[in-house]
Design a binder for this molecule. Sequence first.
Ligand code: NAP
Length: 303
Amino acid sequence: MLDLVIIGSGPAGMAAGIYARRGGLDTMLIEKVSPGGQAVYAHSIENYPGSYQVPGYELMFSFANHLEKFGLVPEVLEITGTELSGRVKSVHTAKETIEAKAVVIASGASPRRLGMPSEGKLTGRGVSYCASCDGNFFKGKVAAVVGGGDAAAEDALYLAKICSKVYVVHRRDSLRAQDIVQKRLFAMPNVEMVWDSVVEDILGADKVESLLIKDVNGGTVRKLATDSVFVAIGQVPNTGLFAKEVALADTGHIIVDREMRTNVPGVFAAGDVTVKPLRQVVTAVSDGAVASYSAIKYISTEF
Ligand code: NAP
C-alpha cells in the first residue's frame, strides 16, 4: 500500500508531489494525458512570482523537472473508479487497483462548451478551446473569441497578434478579466468587442464560416463572418469520478477547508477542482503544498 496517491499533475498536483516526497511519503502521481494541466496552454504567464511572461508549457516543464528531482514522474493512467470512504483508499485503473492511505484530488477542470450541435461538429474545423494550440492555423484570417474572463481576454490578445481581425463576443457590456489585460486588449486596433451578445449557432458545412449572434437586449440576430471561434466561457471541474463520495458545491467543485480537507477523512483536494476565489497557478501551487502537508499529518496520526 502506498502512502499517497495524487490524482492530476497540473500545478496543484505537481506541487503536492514535491511536498509529499520531501515529507517522505511513498507517493504515486496519476495523470490522464500529460503533465502540466491547463497551464500548459497559457501562451504567456506573467503573474507567477519569479516568472515574467513565460510560456505556460515552459513553466510546467520546469515544475515537472523539479518534481523528478524528488523521484516522482507522473504515470499516465485512466482512472475508472475510486473507493475513498474506507481507511484504505482504492483507485481503480484499467490496469490495476492502487491502494493508499491518503488521496489528493487535483484533477483540475475542462473547458465549458457552448452546447449547440454545430459546436461538436466543427470542433477541430475552426472551433477551438485553445488559442495557443490552434491560433496559428488562422494566421492572417478572422477569429472570434467567446467569453469575457481572463482566458477570453488573453486568447483575444494572443490572436490579435496573429489574425487580421478578432471579435470578442461577450454576453455583457464589461469584461471580468484583469484590468491590465483589458487595457492591452482595448489598445489593439484589430480587436472589435461585440458586447451584450451570445452565440446562437456556428455556421459552416465542413469548416467555420460565420456565427449567428443574438443581441441579448433587442433580441436581433445577425451573422458575423469568421474563420474560427475560440470558446473561452469558463471551466467545468473534473469531479465526475468523485461525485458520489466527496461533497461538492452546486458548481460541481469540491468543498475543502483551509487545510484542503474534503468531507472524507484522508481525502484532500487542491487547485481548480476546488471551491476557491482565485484560480491561478500561484494559488494551485499553494493548495497542493497545503494538501500534502495535511496528508502527511493525517497519515502520521491515523497509521
Ligand atoms: P471565467 O473567469 O469563469 O469567465 C468565463 C467568462 O465566460 C465570463 O465572462 C462569463 O460571462 C462567460 N460565460 C460563462 N458561461 C457562458 C455562456 N454559457 N455563454 C456565454 N458566456 C459565458 O473563466 P476563465 O476566463 O476560463 O478563467 C477561469 C479561471 O482561471 C479564473 O479564475 C481566471 O481568473 C483564471 N485565469 C487566470 C489567468 C491569469 O491570471 N493570467 C488566465 C486565464 C484564466 P460573465 O462575465 O457574464 O459571467
